[in-house]
Structures are given as structure tokens and as C-alpha cells.
Design a protein around this ligand. Structure first.
Ligand SMILES: [Zn+2]
Length: 491
């Protein structure tokens, strides 16, 4: 990948999450994936060359009505929800560079300036919007979007017919430009199937201008030239990816972003609308957009009313942070739709973590301890493994998987290595080598196994940072000891 070869910085974003909801497994899924990719690039390019942005989207009608219900002012309400996201990410060991909030005055100011620029260039005009609006999505819907008269994502909320004065963005003018951008892969939409969907829709349908302001919604950033209107929350929120790099000191070099990560439901906004706005504002374009799939819980759509919403804390309490990270990404390919259930997660935990990795670590440590293996001379070889990602062909193949966002393949690759070492261990029966006093054979077997488990620990760093650290600690010390299991079995 020549593009990556010359790259010396990496900027990855999650969507900023809408705060009418508290953090759940859906938010965790995207955020963990972003953290894994960010941590990988930190290993490769160094911490200071990585920018990983996440945060919260805090304006709009949905937030102001949620605030009203809670008996709070919108900002006060936002201030009460944001810590829940921050603590969820702390629980999951998410190492973001900055937590973004759209109520940040620095963001509001820059968005105003950009919108004024787009207006001055003639890409915005005044009009009347009449149509259906889903407050659940904070989106205008067309008749074609509806399923039996309702928003497909919010079948319990009847879309309301609205007529108001709005400012419109000349999205239609950008159609050919967008088709060219995505077709030539000057901007890459991933996975490929999503690119085809976006291109198909762009080519087969009229691209209509879109309303980018709201008259009825006061909880938002005012339109710079008309303070009776606020900027449509979606439009303003998209600019977070850019404004963060402008108001944070020393972060300008990170724009344009290298990858925007998100669920497929918001891909249209993050490709067609976002790139047209960037073009209109004459800003550099982010290089890639990756949309992951939807998932169900036990085969059912996750919703408050179904009572099947899973909170990140629930998973961390049951499995621990690292195992949760592993489990979220190991159930189905990143980019595809899938299903989660606590039962399947528990099975996978026991099979791959308790019996797989955890057991391997325990049995190597146990034999090393009981055979008095591990003087300084034998283990000095293992101390310089920190850049193993760049060293061997095998590790290169894990790099490719992460850089292509095939995270499940990455996990399976590591899992196979673990299984292989477990097999080698079994075949050589070290417990018999101890009995028959075959010290040399035992030492070389243990050397190989310890070297392998340490290499695996390096590969695990992006996925399971704490586990990697613990393995390194356990096997790099002067005296190897059996410690309590990394992943105790769960019933
Ligand atoms: Zn909706």
C-alpha cells in the first residue's frame, strides 16, 4: 500500500454520539473498533502522530425535548449525559485523543465562519421546506423513505408534516463531482458493497437540495446571517471532524481525516452530504469512510421498548474490559450485519479466552515455574519485541488486516497462532520432560513457547491492551510465576 508507506500521521474518528440516549453496545462497537485501529497505528507511527476523535452531538430538537422531560436546560442536560459516555469509554479502555462536544463555543464559532463562507459563495439560498420530519432521526424524510407511512428506524414515531422557511444547500450541484470522487476512489467508501450502494443511489436518483437550517429549533448554532434560524444539527455536527483539528493546539496537521468510522445508517450523510459541504467550503477531503453493519440482540432489533439494550458496563462487569473488546469484534466480520447474545459471547469467552489464550499463558507459566526456567540469560532475547509489527512477514499480514479494517480476520489470525502454540505444547509433553529430567529439551521448548506468547502479546496490544501488558510482565521478569488466570471461566 504505497499510500500508507508515505503516511506519517493518522486521524480516525467515530461519529459523535447523540445524547438523547445513554451509551449502549452499539456505541461501544464502533468506538472499540476505532480504538483498536488507533492503537495499531500508535504502535506503527508513534502516539504523537495519531489523532483519535470521539464525542457527543448535543444540539437539536430531540435533545431539547429530552432535556425538558428531565426538567433541565439543554446544556445542563448535556452536561449530565456526557460523563456517562466518558466513563463508558474509560471502562472499555478507549484511549481517544480528545472528547468532542458540539456545544463547545470554539466549534460553534468555526462552524459559523464556514457556513458564512458557503453562503457567500452562493451555495445557500432561502426557500420553503414542506415535508415530513422524523424527530427520532432528526431528519427530513421523503415519501420513498417511509415504510407503511412510518420512519423505518422509528416505527413508533409518526413523522410530522412541517412547513417552514429554511435555508437550502445546493447539494444537487455536486452530483457529478461526488460520483467522480467515489468512483475514482479519490475518496474510498468501504466496504465495497457500501460504495456501490451510495454510487447506485447517486446515479439513479435526483440529488435534491437539502434544508440546512431549522426555524422551529432554537437549541442549536444560529445561522450567522439570520439569527431566527439555527443550523440543522446534522450539518453542524459533521463539521466536528474538522473544527477539532482547528481549535485544538497543534492538531492542524491531522486534517484531512484518514478514516471516518460509523454505522451504515449514517453513511449517506457522511459521504454525499459531508463531502459536498466540504467541497463547497473548499476544505480538503477525508480519505476514507468505513460503514460497519447493524446487529441484532438474540435475533431482535435492539430497542428500549424491547428491553434488550445492553450497556457497556454490563459487558465489562461480566467479561472484563479486554474480553469485551475482543468479544465485540469477534462475533461477525467488521462491515457485515450480525447478532450478539450474552450466551454466544459467554461461549466464545470460554472457548477462545479461558480455554485458549488464558490457558496457554497459565500452562507455560506453570511449567516454567515448576522447572525453575527463567534465568536472565535465557529470557534476555525477549526484551526487544516492541516493534514486532514491522518485523516479519507474518506480522505484516496482521498489519494488512487491520489496515484493511478486516478486524475479525485479524483476531482469527491471532487465535490461530494461539491454537498452534497450544498444540505444540501438547505434542512435546513438557510435563514428561520434567519427569525424565530432559532439561535441554524442556528449556528449548519453553524458550520457543515464551518467545511465541510474547510475540502474540505484541499482536494483541491493539485489541487487548491490558492483557498484552500482563503477559509481557509475567514472562519478561527474572522469575516466571504462575499467576491467577487471565480469563477465569464463566458459567
Ligand atoms: Zn426516524
Amino acid at each position: 500500500m504505497p499510500e500508507e508507506a508515505v503516511m506519517n500521521k493518522f486521524y480516525i474518528s467515530t461519529p459523535i454520539y447523540y445524547i438523547n440516549d445513554v451509551p449502549h453496545i452499539g456505541h461501544a462497537y464502533t468506538t472499540v473498533a476505532a480504538d483498536v485501529i488507533a492503537r495499531y497505528f500508535k504502535e506503527k507511527l508513534g502516539d504523537e502522530n495519531i489523532f483519535f476523535l470521539t464525542g457527543t452531538d448535543e444540539h437539536g430538537a430531540k435533545v431539547s425535548s429530552a432535556a425538558k422531560e428531565a426538567g433541565k436546560e439543554p446544556l445542563e442536560f448535556a452536561n449530565s449525559i456526557v460523563p456517562q459516555f466518558e466513563s463508558a469509554w474509560e471502562l472499555l479502555n478507549i484511549n481517544y485523543s480528545y472528547f468532542f462536544r458540539t456545544t463547545d463555543p470554539r466549534h460553534e464559532k468555526i462552524v459559523g465562519v464556514i457556513l458564512q463562507k458557503i453562503y457567500d459563495k452562493g451555495f445557500i439560498y432561502e426557500g420553503i421546506y414542506e415535508g415530513l420530519y422524523c424527530e427520532g432521526c432528526e431528519k427530513f424524510l421523503t415519501e420513498e423513505d417511509l415504510e407503511s407511512g412510518k420512519c423505518p428506524l422509528h416505527p413508533n414515531k409518526t413523522p410530522v408534516r412541517q412547513k417552514e422557511k429554511n435555508y437550502f444547500f445546493k447539494l444537487s450541484q455536486f452530483r457529478q463531482d461526488l460520483i467522480r470522487l467515489f468512483e475514482t476512489e479519490e475518496v474510498k467508501i468501504l466496504p465495497e458493497s457500501r460504495k456501490n450502494e451510495i454510487l447506485g443511489k447517486l446515479k439513479s436518483e435526483d440529488l435534491k437540495d437539502i434544508a440546512i437550517s431549522r426555524e422551529e429549533v432554537s437549541w442549536g448554532i444560529p445561522i450567522p446571517w439570520d439569527n431566527t434560524q439555527t443550523i440543522y444539527v446534522w450539518v453542524e455536527a459533521l463539521f466536528n471532524y474538522y473544527t477539532a483539528t482547528q481549535f485544538l493546539e497543534g492538531k492542524q496537521k491531522f486534517w484531512p481525516a484518514d478514516i471516518h468510522l460509523m454505522g451504515k445508517d449514517i453513511l449517506w450523510f457522511h459521504t454525499v452530504i459531508w463531502y459536498a459541504l466540504l467541497k463547497a467550503a473548499e476544505l480538503d477531503l477525508p480519505k476514507k469512510v468505513f460503514a460497519h453493519g447493524f446487529f441484532t440482540i438474540n435475533g431482535e432489533k435492539m430497542s428500549k421498548s424491547a428491553g434488550n439494550v445492553i450497556a457497556p458496563k454490563e459487558l465489562v462487569d461480566k467479561f472484563g474490559a479486554d474480553a469485551t473488546r475482543y468479544l465485540l469484534l469477534s462475533q461477525f466480520p467488521f462491515g457485515s450485519d450480525g447478532d450478539f447474545s450474552i450466551e454466544k459471547l459467554t461461549q466464545s469467552y470460554n472457548a477462545n479466552l479461558a480455554n485458549g489464550l488464558g490457558n496457554l499463558v497459565s500452562r507455560i507459566a506453570k511449567i516454567a515455574e515448576s522447572s525453575n526456567f527463567g534465568n536472565e540469560v535465557k529470557i534476555q532475547d525477549f526484551k526487544e519485541l516492541s516493534n514486532v509489527f514491522l518485523l516479519t512477514d507474518e506480522d505484516k499480514s496482521l498489519s494488512d488486516k487491520i489496515e484493511n479494517f478486516t478486524l475479525l480476520e485479524g483476531i482469527e489470525y491471532i487465535q490461530n497462532l494461539i491454537n498452534r502454540i497450544n498444540q505444540i505444547f501438547d505434542q512435546h509433553k513438557p510435563w514428561e520432560l520434567i519427569k525424565s529430567d530432559q532439561t535441554n529439551e524442556l528449556d528449548s521448548l519453553l524458550s520457543e513457547c515464551i518467545r511465541s506468547i510474547l510475540e502474540i502479546s505484541v499482536l494483541l496490544r491493539p485489541f487487548m491492551p491490558k492483557t498484552a501488558e500482563m503477559i509481557e510482565k509475567q514472562f519478561k521478569g527474572p522469575k516466571i510465576k504462575l499467576l491467577s488466570p487471565l480469563f477465569p471461566r464463566i458459567k
